[in-house]
Design a protein around this ligand. Structure first.
Ligand code: NAD
Length: 338
C-alpha cells in the first residue's frame, strides 16, 4: 500500500521516521512515498508546498505529515491551510484523552475536538483597506456548516459517544455564527438519540479549565477549534513544559483524502537533537491505520503507547524522563508484543 509521507520541518523528520518504524513493527507493510513540503521545499522548489505534493496526496489519497514551519506575519501562506483547502479536508479531528503516568488535575478527560477546517477566519481572505487598516473575512457557508456538524454527529455515533457540544459566539457574530448555530440545530434534529448542547465558546473555555471531563464531542469553526484543541492538550499534559503537545494526535479528513498529523508544530528549539516526543505522530499514524482498514494494528499501537507511558521507561524529557526519540520509540515497539 502506498501512502504519502511529508516529513516537514524541525523535529518533523525525526518524529515521522519514528512513526514509520512503529507502523512497520506493527506488521503493516506500507510503501511510503516521500513528498516535499516546508522550508526545505521552499529552498529547493521555490514553493513550500510544491504542486506535485498536492498531486501525490490526490493520487494516493492518504498522507502522514510532520509539522511545517510557517513564518509569522510574513512570507508564504500557511502550508497547512493550503493543504486543507486544496484537498477540501473539511474536518479536523483531535482526540484528547487522559493518559497513564501523567498526573493532571483531571483524571477522566476523554473528548474529541472537531474543527471546521476550511473556512472561518482561517479562510485566508485578508486585505489592506488603506495603510494602517486591514480586514479579515470570517467566511461561513450553510453547506460547510451543516457538513461539519453532521460529520461530528456521525463521528459521535460511530464511536458510541454520548453528546455533541456546538461551540459558538452567535451573540456577538450574529450573522456568521448565527448561521452556523442555525445549521447545528437543524442537523442535531436528525440525531435524537445523541445529546446536543450549544455553548458560547468563552463558557466552553472556562468550563474546560475547571473540569474538562464533562465534555464529549465538541464541534466548532476553524479558529475556535485551533485554540480549544491546544487548550485541551494542555490539560492532559501534566507538568510537562510543552503541555500535552507531544501526545495529541490529529486527522484532517475530507470525502476523498485524509492527512494525519500531530497537533504540535516543528519545535525549532528541539530540532536535530533527537529528543522530541514522537508519541503524537505515532498516535496519528495509528488513527491513519484505522482509516485505511488496519484498525486492529492501530489499536495495538495505541495500547503499546499506553503501556510505554505506564512503564515510564525511556520517556523523553517533556514527559519527565531522560530518554530520546529513539529510546521511547524502542519502548513502544517492544510493547507492541506486550
Ligand atoms: P510548537 O508546537 O512547535 O512548540 C511549542 C513547544 O512545545 C516548544 O517548547 C516545543 O519544544 C514543544 N514541543 C512541540 N512538540 C513537541 C514534541 N513532539 N516533543 C517535545 N516537545 C515538543 O509550536 P510553535 O513553537 O508555536 O511553532 C513552531 C513552528 O511550527 C511555527 O512555524 C508554526 O507555524 C509551526 N506549526 C506547524 C504546525 C503544523 O505543521 N501542523 C502546527 C503548529 C505550529
Amino acid at each position: 500500500m502506498q501512502i504519502v509521507l511529508i516529513e516537514g520541518d524541525g523535529i518533523g523528520p525525526e518524529v515521522t521516521q519514528a512513526a514509520c518504524r512503529v507502523v512497520a513493527a506493527a506488521g503493516v507493510k506500507i510503501d511510503w512515498v516521500k513528498a516535499p513540503a516546508g522550508i526545505s521545499a521552499a529552498e529547493q522548489f521555490g514553493d513550500p508546498l510544491p504542486g506535485e505534493t498536492l498531486e501525490m496526496i490526490r493520487r494516493y489519497r492518504v498522507a502522514l505529515k510532520g509539522p511545517c514551519t510557517t513564518p509569522i506575519g510574513k512570507g508564504y501562506q500557511s502550508i497547512n491551510v493550503r493543504i486543507r483547502q486544496g484537498l477540501e479536508l473539511f474536518a479536523s479531528v483531535r482526540p484528547v484523552k487522559t493518559l497513564p503516568g501523567i498526573v493532571t488535575p483531571y483524571e477522566k478527560v476523554d473528548l474529541i475536538v472537531v474543527r471546521e477546517n476550511t473556512q472561518g477566519l482561517y479562510a485566508g481572505l485578508e486585505h489592506e483597506v488603506v495603510p494602517g487598516v486591514v480586514e479579515s473575512v470570517r467566511l461561513v457557508t450553510r453547506a460547510a456548516a451543516e457538513r461539519i456538524v453532521q460529520f461530528a454527529f456521525e463521528l459521535a455515533r460511530h464511536h458510541g459517544r454520548r453528546m455533541v457540544t456546538f461551540c459558538h459566539k452567535a451573540d456577538v457574530m450574529r450573522l456568521s455564527d448565527g448561521l452556523f448555530l442555525e445549521c447545528a440545530r437543524t442537523v442535531a434534529g436528525d440525531y435524537p438519540f445523541l445529546e446536543f448542547e450549544e455553548k458560547p465558546i468563552d463558557n466552553v473555555c472556562l468550563e474546560m479549565a475547571m473540569d474538562p471531563s464533562n465534555f464529549d464531542v465538541l464541534v466548532m469553526e476553524n479558529l475556535f477549534g485551533d485554540v480549544v484543541s491546544d487548550l485541551a492538550a494542555g490539560l492532559i499534559g501534566g507538568a510537562n513544559p510543552s503541555g500535552g503537545l507531544g501526545l495529541v494526535p490529529g486527522a484532517n479528513l475530507g470525502n476523498r483524502h485524509a492527512v494525519f498529523e500531530a497537533i504540535h508544530g516543528s519545535a525549532p528549539d528541539l530540532a536535530g537533537k533527537g529528543v522530541a516526543n514522537p508519541i503524537a505522530v505515532v498516535r496519528s499514524a495509528a488513527m491513519m491505520l484505522e482509516h485505511i482498514g488496519h484498525g486492529v494494528s492501530g489499536a495495538r499501537i495505541e495500547r503499546a503507547v499506553i503501556k510505554t507511558l505506564e512503564a515510564g521507561v525511556g520517556l523523553t524529557r517533556d514527559l519527565g524522563g531522560v530518554g530520546t526519540t529513539a529510546t521511547i520509540t524502542e519502548q513502544i515497539i517492544k510493547n507492541l508484543g506486550a
